[in-house]
Design a protein around this ligand. Structure first.
Ligand SMILES: Nc1ncnc2c1ncn2[C@@H]1O[C@H](COP(=O)(O)OP(=O)(O)O)[C@@H](O)[C@H]1O
Ligand SMILES: NC(=O)c1ccc[n+]([C@@H]2O[C@H](COP(=O)(O)O)[C@@H](O)[C@H]2O)c1
Length: 205
């Protein structure tokens, strides 16, 4: 059994989960692990000197739990896949004797966490301009909801800081323009992932 791990990172509201879901729907034997599912309880998230809850920081996330979930997939992708009620499919290549299990890891700080970054075989990073990001973010309701001034006073400066830190540790990142239509973004990534799957089926890696 072969494995492939793809990281879909990027700015808040850049389209990460939209892209990850489309990939999952089209890639046989794939699963998604989303970083958003690992936020700590609000009572455990620190507050900064401006009174803003520090959600855009690795400390706000249970990265240990996220890593255990990913390790469970690594140990046995097939049973991890089955435990989510998904049914294995062979790739549509007649001579394929093997299967490639694909893990799609999606989240805004996935490349900032070194132990997680190191596991990825492909790294994609979605970006959108400030004004589009602000507009999309204003339409989204988180739990808890963003307080007034949160985007400009906290989210945007943290995005710039986190992106800078990520770029210091990550190489071979593929930047994706999140302003492209969903279908275009999907096709571009799907094509590359399909080639990676094919490469694994063709070789002994
Ligand atoms: N390529 C796109 N073009 C326009 N809007 C998009 C695109 N991708 C996602 N969106 C919209 O942007 C918002 C955030 O998308 P989402 O996938 O949840 O982002 P993220 O997971 O990065 O926070 C949603 O309203 C979604 O419908
Ligand atoms: N529990 C939650 O899911 C929660 C709560 C508050 C803020 N957020 C926000 O989620 C963002 C990251 O997720 P997205 O990349 O999906 O927007 C961060 O910018 C953070 O401020 C999430």
């Amino acid at each position: 059994m072969k494995r492939l791990i793809i990281g879909i990172g990027g700015i808040t509201n850049g389209g990460k989960s939209t892209l990850a879901k489309s990939l999952h729907e089209h890639i046989p034997n794939s699963c998604i692990v989303a970083q958003d599912a690992f936020f700590k309880d609000d009572s455990l998230v620190a507050v900064d000197s401006n009174g803003f809850k520090q959600y855009d920081d690795l400390d706000a996330l249970r990265m240990d739990r996220m890593m255990s979930e990913i390790r469970a997939w690594q140990r046995n992708p097939e049973s991890f896949f089955a435990s989510r009620g998904l049914k294995p499919q062979f790739h549509k290549i007649p001579e394929a004797q093997d299967e490639v299990y694909v893990l799609i890891i999606e989240g805004f700080l996935i490349f900032n966490y070194r132990p997680l970054n190191e596991l990825m075989n492909k790294r994609y990073f979605l970006t959108i301009p400030y004004d589009v990001c602000k507009k999309r973010r204003c339409l989204r309701v988180y739990t808890p909801p963003d307080p007034p001034g949160y985007f400009d006073g906290y989210v945007w400066p943290m995005f710039l800081k986190n992106q800078k830190e990520m770029e210091e540790i990550v190489t071979d990142l593929v930047y994706l323009d999140g302003m492209r239509v969903r279908e275009d973004l999907f096709s571009a990534v799907y094509e590359e992932v399909t080639l990676e799957i094919q490469r694994r089926l063709d070789t002994n890696c």
